[in-house]
Ligand binder design. Structure first.
Ligand SMILES: [Zn+2]
Length: 255
C-alpha cells in the first residue's frame, strides 16, 4: 500500500488535548487533507500496526491531527468501515477492527480460493517484466530482513505486499482489490493472533513459488501458494486472544 502521509510533518510538536486546531499547519503544504487521504493514512497506520486492534479512533483527536472538521473525519472512518479495517459501534465510536477467530479462518479460506485464481491468471499472462518486478520485490524483502534496523512492522508490510504485487500483475483489477483488502485484514489478524511461531510470510517460500510460476507449472504453483497460506494460518495462535493495548492516538499517527 503506498504511503500517503497527509500533514503530520507540518504539525506543531505540541498536540496536547487542550491545544487548539492550527489551520495554518495544514495550509503549510498548500492544501487541507482530503477525506480520501485521511482514510489512506489511517489504513497505512493500521496495516503498519501503529494503531493496534481495538484502538478507539476518537474523532476529536483525529480532527486535531489532520486539522480538519469532525465531519470529514467521520467520512474517512465510514470509508474504512466498508473495508472492515475499522468497526463503527453506534453511541460508542469507531475502533480498529478486532477480527474474531472465525473471521480469521474465513479470511484465510477466501484468500486460498482467490489467490489460486491469481496464480492461474498470473502464469497465463505474466511478461518477463512482471517476473523481474516480483524478483526485485523478493530482493527487497531479503535486504529488509538483513537490516538489523528493520522494524517488525516494516518487514511484515513488505512481505505481505508480495501477494498484492502478484495480484496486481495478474491483470484483474477487481480480484487485485479483493486481495489487497484481505491482505490488509490478514495483517490485523496476524497482529492480534501472533504466536511464538513465525506467523508471517517467508521470503524463501515466495522465491520457490515464483520459480514454479516461471517454469509454467500451474498445478505446482497453485499448490505452493495454497500451502504457503495454510502455513501462515497454522502458525497463528487462533485459540488465544490478546489483551487490549492502550496507546496515545496522536503519538501513534505522528510516529
Ligand atoms: Zn507470502
Amino acid at each position: 500500500m503506498p504511503r500517503a502521509r497527509t500533514s503530520p510533518t507540518a504539525l506543531p510538536a505540541d498536540l496536547t488535548p487542550a491545544a487548539e486546531p492550527a489551520p495554518e499547519a495544514a495550509a503549510a503544504d498548500g492544501r487541507l487533507a482530503s477525506t480520501e487521504s485521511i482514510a489512506q493514512d489511517l489504513a497505512t497506520a493500521i496495516v503498519e500496526k501503529r494503531l493496534p486492534p481495538g484502538t478507539w479512533l476518537r474523532e476529536e483527536a483525529l480532527g486535531r491531527v489532520y486539522t480538519v472538521s469532525r465531519t470529514k473525519i467521520r467520512a474517512a472512518l465510514v470509508m474504512l468501515s466498508k473495508d472492515k479495517l475499522i468497526e463503527i459501534i453506534p453511541d460508542k465510536g469507531a475502533f480498529v477492527s478486532r477480527p474474531s477467530v472465525q473471521e480469521a479462518r474465513e479470511v484465510f479460506s477466501v484468500r486460498r480460493v482467490l489467490e489460486a485464481e491469481v496464480v492461474r491468471l498470473f502464469i497465463a499472462s505474466a511478461t518477463p517484466a512482471d517476473y523481474q518486478m516480483l524478483e526485485q520485490h523478493i530482493r527487497f524483502e531479503r535486504a529488509a530482513l538483513r537490516e538489523s534496523t528493520t522494524t517488525g512492522r516494516v518487514r511484515e508490510k513488505l512481505l505481505g505486499d508480495f501477494h498484492v504485487v502478484l495480484a496486481e500483475a495478474a491483470g484483474n483489477q477487481t480480484l487485485a482489490q479483493l486481495v489487497r483488502d484481505l491482505v490488509a485484514r490478514s495483517s490485523l489478524i496476524a497482529m492480534l493472533y501472533d504466536s511464538s511461531n513465525d506467523p508471517h510470510c517467508s521470503s524463501e517460500e515466495h522465491a520457490d513459488f515464483l520459480a514454479l510460476c516461471k517454469g509454467g507449472n500451474v498445478q505446482a504453483a497453485v499448490a505452493s501458494m495454497t500451502e504457503h497460506l495454510q502455513r501462515i494460518e497454522a502458525n497463528l495462535a487462533l485459540d488465544t486472544g490478546r489483551p487490549d493495548r492502550q496507546l496515545d492516538l496522536v503519538k501513534a499517527l505522528l510516529a
